[in-house]
Ligand binder design. Structure first.
Ligand SMILES: [Mn+2]
Length: 401
């Protein structure tokens, strides 16, 4: 009985154990299934949510890259002349054409006419031929226009002669020079940035508004940057100019180093100009008050060469005579050596000593024992290196006693 009972109990226990073990197996399977379901579920959820997160991020990024709205303005019954400074250079010529394209894309509905205030130099001719662009209209007055857009200058001395007297509306100013001498009668849309060329300022606006840049426009922009920064060698060159020149050259399909050297050669070829023409070649006029309130008018003029000694031996005496015949209180002509990037100046007038002192920071020593030629070490920019020193010297001295 006991034995039987024992067996019976053992059997029962074994059965129960088997039952339990089967239950456990089922439990394990269930657990595994649940865990698997959770993992798969989580995986699917992640797979769905990642693109959503990414999309949201992209959306945020788009919101960050805010593109300003373009609202049409003006009317096709109105005419706007777009022009740069007197004695036009490549930046002045190119930017007047580029602005006509840019302004149209910015919603300006006026008749936009690129203009110029003087003859093209050889470099600018090469640029317009290379990109097959029409030469801007030659004007000597604002009559015929309802408004103007100024580029590459912002002072009356360097602008069209009747700008002030005509009281014509100035719609906009695009420039990269120091603000000088404008008394705007009403608020003006002014875009001035301290970049190497006006066309760098314009290129940035195309990028900000996400506007299409046609090939010839990119070519004009690249040319202006090359010209004004002397192929990125001038002291006015910024990192943005370098970036913009590379990008614009790619759009235009040019090798900017090869093309740039061709441009510099064209610019430096002044053999066909008379001495007085050479003084006007790349010349800027200034008027500054001295410390006693006297108004001083002076000119800083330049050209460039691959051979300084040859240039000086051929042109110095003629240039000196031409400068002296102008009879100004100050006239500076400097020739830029585009091999070593130094300048050599002829300085004439009553303010000669004042100017020489102002330029001492660039050594300003007599070159090769020539007592009328002054070496200016690493001077490459009238705007950045020379003009501010002369302005300061006149402003802080009583130059007429
Ligand atoms: Mn310029």
């Amino acid at each position: 009985m006991n034995i039987e009972n024992n067996i019976a109990i053992k059997l029962k226990l074994t059965e129960e154990n088997e039952k339990n073990s089967m239950c456990n197996t089922k439990k394990y399977i269930m657990i595994i299934l649940i865990v698997t379901a959770i993992i798969v579920g989580a995986g699917i959820a992640c797979a769905i949510s990642i693109p959503l997160v990414k999309k949201k991020y992209d959306k945020d990024e788009n919101e960050y890259k805010f593109t300003p709205e373009i609202i049409p303005y003006g009317s096709n019954l109105k005419t706007t002349y777009i022009f740069g400074h007197k004695n036009p250079d490549t930046d002045t010529i190119s930017s007047s054409i580029v602005i006509a394209d840019l302004e149209k894309k910015l919603g300006n509905q006026n008749q936009l006419i690129p203009c110029r205030l003087g003859e093209l130099n050889k470099e600018s001719k090469l640029v317009l031929e290379t990109f097959n662009v029409e030469t801007p209209k030659l004007i000597s007055s604002v009559s015929g226009a309802d408004s103007v857009i100024l580029t590459d200058h912002n002072g009356y001395e360097q602008s069209i002669s009747d700008l002030e007297s005509s009281q014509i509306t100035i719609d906009k100013v695009y420039d990269h020079h120091a603000i000088s001498g404008f008394k705007y009668p009403s608020p003006v849309n002014v875009n001035i940035k301290p970049y190497g060329s006006t066309c760098s300022v314009l290129y940035e606006i195309y990028k900000i508004y996400n506007l299409e840049i046609p090939k010839h426009i990119a070519g004009l922009i690249a040319s202006a940057i090359i010209s004004d920064t002397i192929l990125l060698h001038s002291s006015i060159t910024t990192e943005l100019d370098k970036k913009f020149l590379k990008e614009a050259s790619e759009i235009a399909g040019i090798d900017y180093i090869k093309y740039g050297e061709k441009m510099l050669r064209a610019y430096s070829d002044v053999s066909d100009l008379s001495d007085s023409e050479l003084l006007n070649y790349d010349s800027k006029e200034y008027t500054e008050n001295d410390n006693c309130g006297n108004s001083i008018y002076y000119i800083i003029s330049t050209a460039s060469t691959y051979d300084v000694d040859e240039f000086l031996s051929e042109r110095k005496n003629g240039l000196k005579t031409a400068i002296q015949s102008k009879g100004l209180k100050l006239f500076i002509f400097y020739i830029l050596d585009i091999v070593n990037y130094n300048s050599y100046a002829l300085i004439e007038g009553d303010l000669k000593e004042l100017a020489k002192n102002a330029l001492k920071t660039y050594e300003c020593t007599e070159y090769n024992n020539q007592n009328d030629v002054y070496f200016l070490k690493q001077v490459t920019s009238r705007k950045k290196d020379i003009a501010p020193k002369i302005k300061e010297a006149i402003n802080t001295n009583c130059v007429i006693s």
